[in-house]
Design a protein around this ligand. Structure first.
Ligand code: SF4
Length: 227
């Protein structure tokens, strides 16, 4: 997508949804655990699992030293609890071993790409999780690509239809100006929930319908709804 077209998309989204600010502000380690819990579940279930985990264990050290099944029980409302409990415990143990304490504040001071590389070195931490930690708790201009963002970017023709999530991160981050990435991320998710749903996107109501390749190809076929 050209810079001009990218600007049209971002402007149209901001006209409709405004320029959102971060809605949550956790320290980077808590953000990392929260984002691991968010994988393949809703925000509500993620938050319930996170609250239960914090209620069951007083500190991250206690979580790191707990038997994995105890962590699994604490986070079961978030789904995939067996898998996530192992990832969270491994992450916490490695943070403690490498940093010397349960704290990721150093990520705020590291250059973004260095921080990203470090986070991606953890088993179970992918591009989206790393970008969420960098964007939401470290003030770095990373651009997380979740399923909504990925789907909309492909429909718009922003990225190739076959682009993987990893490729989507690279392509979108390169095309969205750093100062607009937070708003772009939040607004695309809102659009994905409200209109550009996985099934039956509501193209006639969408502020991007005149720019969107998917909608335009549907219009040419005389059908506004494309499954
Ligand atoms: S026009 Fe339709 S397919 Fe394109 S972004 Fe909007 S809802 Fe999605």
């Amino acid at each position: 997508m050209t810079p001009r077209r990218t600007k049209r998309v971002l402007d149209a989204l901001e006209r409709r949804y405004g320029r959102p600010r971060p809605t949550r502000r956790l320290d980077p380690l808590s953000e990392l655990v929260l984002t691991i819990l968010s994988q393949n579940t809703s925000d509500t279930n993620r938050d319930r699992a996170f609250e239960d985990l914090r209620a069951r264990f007083r500190t991250w050290d206690e979580v790191a030293d707990a038997p994995r099944p105890a962590i699994e029980r604490a986070i079961r409302k978030g789904g995939l609890a067996r898998l996530k409990s192992g990832v969270i415990r491994d992450v916490l143990r490695r943070v403690r071993a490498e940093i010397g304490r349960m704290d990721l504040e150093h990520l705020r001071r590291l250059p973004m790409e260095e921080g990203r590389r470090w986070l991606l070195g953890f088993r179970g931490v992918g591009a989206k999780t790393a970008a969420c930690v960098l964007l939401f708790s470290c003030d770095h201009p990373a651009f997380p690509v979740d399923t909504h963002v990925h789907r909309i970017a492909r429909r718009l023709g922003w990225i190739p239809k076959t682009a993987s999530a990893g490729e989507a991160h690279l392509l979108l981050e390169a095309s969205i100006p750093p100062r607009r990435r937070l708003a772009a991320h939040v607004n695309l998710i809102t659009l994905g929930r409200e209109l550009c749903r996985a099934r039956h996107p509501a193209c006639p109501e969408c502020p991007l319908r005149r720019i969107c390749r998917h909608a335009q190809s549907g219009r040419l076929r005389n059908s506004p709804y494309i499954p």
